[in-house]
Design a protein around this ligand. Structure first.
Ligand code: ATP
Ligand code: FE
Length: 337
C-alpha cells in the first residue's frame, strides 16, 4: 500500500509517502516568514502553503521514487488547525483523489501526533495498548488514554495556553526570537533550575493551566529589570533553567497522577515539546525509578510532519475507512468526535 500524506494545519507544509507503515519520504517546508512577526500570521501561512504544496508533494514522490499512478490513497489533515491553512491541504488532497480516482482519507492532527509512534522504524518499539499519550505541542497539552488506534479518550488538557505557547511566550519576554521554545531549552541546560522559584498553578484533576505562569514570569522580569537593567543578560541561563524546571514539574505531576489513576505505566509523548531535553530526561528517570515504559518519537516525528498523517492513512486504509468528496476542513476537531 502506498499512501501520499499531506499536512498543512499550521505553518509547516509537509508531504510524505509511506509504503505500508514505513516512511519512504517526509518533506517539510518550514515557513520562515513568521519569525519577523514573533508568531504565526494565519493569512501569510495560507499563502505560503499555496506556494509550497505542489513542490513539496513533487519532492516527496521523487524522494520515495514513486509515480503518482502507483498511489493507493491520499491522506490529509482535516483539522484541528488554522482554517486558511487547512483549506489548502484539504482542497489539494480532494482534487488529487478525484484526478487519480483513488480513496481520500481524512486525519485528525492530534490523533496523528499520537499514532506517529506506530511508524515502523528500525530499533524503535511501538507502545502496546492501552497506553497514556501526553501530547505537548504549540497548540495543545493533552493526556489521552489510548485503548486502541481509534479508541482514545482525553483525560485532561490545558484550560488556557498550551505548553509550547508557554515556552514561546516566556522566550518572548526574555527577548528571544520566535519560536523560542528550543532556545529556552538550550540555555536551561547551562543554568541552575532552582535559582528563581515560580509558582505552580493549582488545577484540579488532569487538566493544565499555563497562562498564570507566563504572567508571573512577566511580572518577575519587569520587577528585576527595574532594579537592574542588565538582569536578563546576566541571568539568562538561570532564568531559562528555572522556567524549564517549573514547566517540567507541572507536566510530570500530571502524568504521575494519570498513572496512579489508571494503573497504566506505558507513557508515550508527542508534539513539538517532546523534543525538550528536560522532559526526555524526566521520563528516563521515571523509567528507572518507577518502572514505567516510555516512548519518545524520533525528532522528525515530534514536530508537524506528514509521515504521522500517513501512518493514520495506512491504518484507516486497512479498515477501508474513507472519506467522500463532501468532506471539509475543520478548525476545531476534537479527538474521538
Ligand atoms: P498543534 O500540534 O497543537 O496544532 P503545532 O503543531 O503548532 O501545534 P508543534 O509543531 O508540534 O506545534 O510544536 C511546536 C512547539 O514546540 C513550539 O511552541 C516550540 O517552541 C516547541 N518546541 C520545539 N522544540 C522545543 C524544545 N526543545 N523545548 C521546548 N519547546 C520546544
Ligand atoms: Fe502539531
Amino acid at each position: 500500500i502506498y499512501i501520499l500524506a499531506i499536512e498543512s494545519s499550521c505553518d509547516d507544509t509537509s508531504a510524505a509517502v509511506l509504503c505500508n507503515n514505513r516512511t519512504l519520504s517526509n518533506i517539510v517546508a518550514t515557513q520562515k516568514i513568521h519569525e519577523e512577526y514573533g508568531g504565526v500570521v494565519p493569512e501569510l501561512a495560507s499563502r505560503a502553503h499555496q506556494q509550497n504544496i505542489v513542490p513539496v508533494v513533487h519532492q516527496a514522490l521523487a524522494k520515495a521514487n514513486i509515480d503518482k499512478k502507483q498511489l493507493s490513497a491520499i491522506a490529509f489533515t482535516r483539522g484541528p488547525g488554522l482554517m486558511g491553512s487547512l483549506l489548502v491541504g484539504t482542497s489539494f488532497a480532494k482534487s488529487l483523489s478525484l484526478g487519480l480516482d483513488i480513496p481520500l482519507i481524512e486525519v485528525n492532527h492530534m490523533q496523528a501526533h499520537i499514532l506517529s509512534h506506530f511508524i515502523k522504524e528500525d530499533n524503535y518499539n511501538s507502545p502496546s495498548f492501552p497506553f497514556l499519550a501526553m501530547t505537548i505541542s504549540g497548540g495543545h497539552t493533552q493526556i489521552v488514554l489510548v485503548r486502541d488506534y481509534f479508541d482514545m479518550e482525553i483525560l485532561g488538557e490545558s484550560l488556557d495556553d498550551a505548553v509550547g505557547e508557554a515556552y514561546d511566550k516566556s522566550a518572548k519576554i526574555l527577548g528571544l526570537p520566535y519560536p523560542g521554545g528550543p532556545l529556552v531549552d538550550k540555555y536551561a541546560q547551562l543554568g541552575n533550575p532552582n535559582a528563581f522559584p515560580f509558582p505552580k498553578p493549582k488545577v484540579d484533576g488532569l487538566n493544565f493551566s499555563f497562562s498564570g505562569l507566563k504572567t508571573s514570569i512577566l511580572y518577575f522580569i519587569q520587577r528585576e529589570t527595574k532594579k537592574n537593567p542588565n538582569f536578563i543578560a546576566e541571568n539568562r541561563n538561570d532564568i531559562c533553567a528555572s522556567i524549564q524546571h517549573t514547566i517540567i514539574n507541572i507536566l510530570m505531576d500530571k502524568i504521575k497522577k494519570a498513572v496512579k489513576q489508571t494503573g497504566i505505566k506505558q507513557i508515550a509523548i508527542g508534539g513539538g515539546v517532546s523534543a525538550n531535553s528536560g522532559i526526555r530526561q524526566a521520563l528516563q528517570n521515571a523509567e528507572k525509578k518507577w518502572g514505567w515504559n516510555t516512548y519518545i518519537p524520533k525528532f522528525e516525528y515530534c514536530t508537524d510532519n506528514a509521515a504521522m498523517i500517513g501512518i493514520v492513512g495506512y491504518l484507516k486504509y486497512r479498515e477501508m475507512d474513507f472519506s467522500d468528496q463532501s468532506v471539509s476542513a475543520k478548525a476545531r476537531y476534537v479527538i474521538g468526535k
